[in-house]
Design a protein around this ligand. Structure first.
Ligand SMILES: Cc1cc2nc3c(=O)[nH]c(=O)nc-3n(C[C@H](O)[C@H](O)[C@H](O)COP(=O)(O)OP(=O)(O)OC[C@H]3O[C@@H](n4cnc5c(N)ncnc54)[C@H](O)[C@@H]3O)c2cc1C
Length: 386
């Protein structure tokens, strides 16, 4: 069993760390305060080969694995989760196309994601259905040579800037089980009938835009169906299995950012004549953080390694994402606590990390959904509503 990263992977870590430190540090606070982002940063990250590294060489990608994508995600999030998200979520959905997309869809979208010409977004959740995707209300009607989409999607990360959106729709028949009645469609953002509203006032990761999308008789060619009709439910679950290791790596990066702030502050700040970090209680908390970060990293390493080796273990991916999400949130909480009153004002970076972290337990399905994914694997019984 080999735990060490190889030379190439170590170089990726170093390059991602240096890029993020150089490019994110001075602008992060402004982006957060103004809920803004400068897309030249995304382009630069693409030019340097940090985006979509897992995309196959056949589609002009670098052809690395998901582990390499995770390593970059950890480094970017360790400097600033908001900017890391704005950059890396530009190819959110590439894994879905990789798994289910047609050759034509892959050739249309994937090369541009790598080169920085195209951004992709995923529209799964809706304001009414939430994680219960079986009851979503956005419909796509089969009209022969085209699909007609009607409905609304909420919280679409990058939905305000994306060129293409993978939209989960209900394609029926109406009385079918969700397992058979959902389908993904690829929708170009400039399709008539599609309107976008940027959501403002997010608690954290404010550099990354989120949008509400409305579909009013939006028509896309029949060939824009991703996979087969009715394959959407399975696609969501396999898609999450692919991306959860990266989401876990993002959480580990956030936890690291929190720990670095806590260490730096408690080494400098004195109480009762000594640095706060010399108190046993503080050391115990820092020790816990370091241990949990290491454990969470090992989990995402294994989950990403499994994906890269063709092992579909959605429970492992869910465990990695769930545990790392908790570690991110708890570390941010402890780090802010160690800053005392100063942690509560936005002059200190820890306040931003604290706000950024909470989403780690919310997005990509709430913790309860992961419980189901893990539960199915460990074998407890679940009752379904009839
Ligand atoms: C910043 C951000 C970015 C996002 N980006 C995207 C995106 O790009 N694409 C996309 O499709 N979605 C995106 N989302 C949506 C996100 O995935 C959903 O918010 C999330 O899945 C939870 O859905 P919900 O908010 O509707 O919560 P609900 O489903 O309403 O759940 C609310 C709460 O109810 C409880 N609950 C729900 N189900 C159960 C259950 N089975 N058992 C026990 N308790 C339960 C939980 O406490 C849960 O937190 C984003 C969200 C945020 C905040």
């Amino acid at each position: 069993m080999e735990f060490a990263l190889n030379k190439e992977q170590k170089d990726i870590v170093k390059a991602a760390r240096e890029f993020a430190a150089k490019e994110f540090t001075d602008v992060a606070q402004d982006f957060d305060r103004n809920e803004s982002f400068d897309s030249t940063l995304w382009k630069k990250a693409c030019e340097l080969g940090f985006v979509g590294v897992f995309i196959d060489e056949k589609y002009e990608g670098i052809g690395y694995g998901h582990l390499e994508q995770c390593l970059i995600a950890e480094e970017f999030f360790a400097v600033d989760p908001g900017i890391g998200m704005a950059i890396l979520f530009s190819c959110f959905g590439a894994e879905l196309l990789d798994l289910f997309g047609s050759e034509d869809q892959k050739r249309t979208v994937l090369p541009g994601l790598v080169s920085g010409q195209v951004r992709l977004a995923m529209a799964i959740m809706e304001s009414e259905s939430g994680v219960d995707i079986g009851s979503l209300e956005t419909t796509a009607a089969n009209r022969g040579d085209y699909w007609e989409i009607n409905g609304k999607k909420s919280f679409v990360t990058g939905g305000d800037v994306a060129d293409y959106i993978c939209v989960l729709t209900s394609t029926g028949p109406e009385d079918s089980l969700p397992e058979r009645g959902l389908s993904f469609l690829m929708v170009p953002a400039d399709t008539p009938g599609l309107s976008t509203r940027r959501l403002r006032g997010k608690l954290g990761i404010r550099a990354a835009g989120a949008a509400e999308l409305s579909f009013s008789s939006v028509r896309v060619p029949a060939s824009n169906l991703i996979g087969k009709p009715g394959e959407g439910f399975d696609a969501v679950s396999r898609f999450f299995g692919r991306i959860y290791p990266t989401v876990a790596a993002m959480a580990v990066g956030t936890a690291r950012a929190a720990m670095e702030e806590a260490l730096s502050y408690t080494n400098k700040r004195h109480a009762f004549g000594v640095p706060i970090s010399s108190f046993r209680a503080t050391q115990g908390k820092l020790m816990e953080m370091a241990t949990k970060i290491r454990a969470a990293r090992n989990l995402y390493y294994e989950a990403a390694w499994s994906v890269d080796n063709g092992i579909e273990d959605s429970a492992l991916s869910a465990m990695a994402r769930r545990y790392a999400g908790e570690v991110g949130v708890r570390c941010a909480d402890e780090a802010l606590q160690m800053h005392g009153g100063y942690g509560y004002i936005d002059e200190y970076k820890v306040q931003r990390i604290y706000r950024d972290a909470k989403v780690l337990e919310i997005w990509e399905g709430v913790r309860e959904m992961e419980r189901h994914m893990i539960g199915r694997a460990v074998g407890w019984k679940e009752e379904r509503k009839s």
